[in-house]
Design a protein around this ligand. Structure first.
Ligand code: ADP
Ligand code: MG
Length: 255
């Protein structure tokens, strides 16, 4: 039995000026699975995540979420670009967690989470609040609902950012180096939350240098270099028996 493909990246190219950052990336992510992307700095990992939700529009190739192309639609048998407002609506089905949290500093923790469901999904505020409190309990921060982000540690802020992303009930959650900005002693609490999401079947793509976490949680490890997927497979295969010299060289530096 093979699970449905939730994220389907086909032949995606992206250049900035003369710099070819993505040079034909293919990636399929099964519903309910966790994909970890590894690769050296500048290899295109962030650009790929941003292309998945069309924060970067691919120059060539397509991205489909749950079978629906995000930037295009078929009309009259032809592939046409979607209007921006349709892209925006589709993007709400994709959660994004950034390295630097990006919380709204002037809103409380609870307000940070309630904002999007109320304004984007048009949820009644009372319902959005009760869901937000459940999410905060899930990330272990129920008692901080009324605090401002500036009062929290980096690890706590990142857990709020994850709860905020989940409040839009995304089909897939993208996390771009979610622990890279944290002091080492705070990394574990954020990885624990991600681990819990994995256990309950959240589809995720995680860019991280945490190899131990990749080994334990990932269904698929993808190694990127120079704007292409060099190799991908189960963690034991890619981390312990990489086939490509570039993967071996990278792993020898981070392990
Ligand atoms: P990674 O996340 O693997 O470190 P990125 O996807 O952030 O790599 O970047 C890949 C390359 O693309 C880098 O050389 C970076 O400087 C360049 N790049 C990324 N975004 C832009 C942009 N908006 N304009 C110009 N260059 C960019
Ligand atoms: Mg990056």
């Amino acid at each position: 039995m093979s699970a449905a493909v939730m994220v389907d990246v086909r032949g995606v190219h992206k250049s900035f000026g003369r710099l070819d950052v993505l040079r034909g990336v293919d990636l399929q992510v099964a519903a309910g699975s966790v994909t970890v992307i590894l690769g050296p700095s500048g290899s295109g990992k962030s650009t790929l995540l941003r292309a998945v939700n069309h924060l970067e529009k691919p120059d060539r190739g397509h991205v489909a979420i749950d079978g629906e192309p995000i930037g295009y639609r078929y009309t009259g048998g032809k592939l046409r670009e979607r209007p921006e407002r349709e892209v925006l609506r589709r993007r709400t089905g994709i959660g994004f967690v950034f390295q630097n949290f990006h919380l709204f500093p002037h809103l409380t923790v609870l307000e940070n989470i309630v904002e999007a469901p109320v304004h984007v999904l048009k949820r009644p505020r009372a319902k959005a609040r009760s869901s937000a409190l459940e999410l905060l309990a899930r990330v272990g921060l129920a008692e901080h609902a009324d605090a401002y982000p500036g009062r929290l540690s980096g690890g706590q802020q990142q857990r709020v950012a994850i709860a905020r992303a989940l409040a839009l009930e995304p089909k897939v959650l993208l996390l771009d180096e979610p622990t890279s900005a944290l002091d080492p002693e705070l990394v574990g609490e954020v990885l624990d939350v991600i681990r819990d999401l994995a256990r309950t079947g959240t589809t995720m793509i995680v860019v991280t240098h945490e190899i131990g976490f990749a080994r334990e949680v990932a269904d698929t490890v993808v190694f990127m270099d120079g704007g292409v997927v060099v190799e991908q497979g189960p963690p034991a295969e890619i981390l312990d028996r990489p086939r490509h010299e570039r993967t071996r060289a990278f792993l020898s530096k981070v392990l």
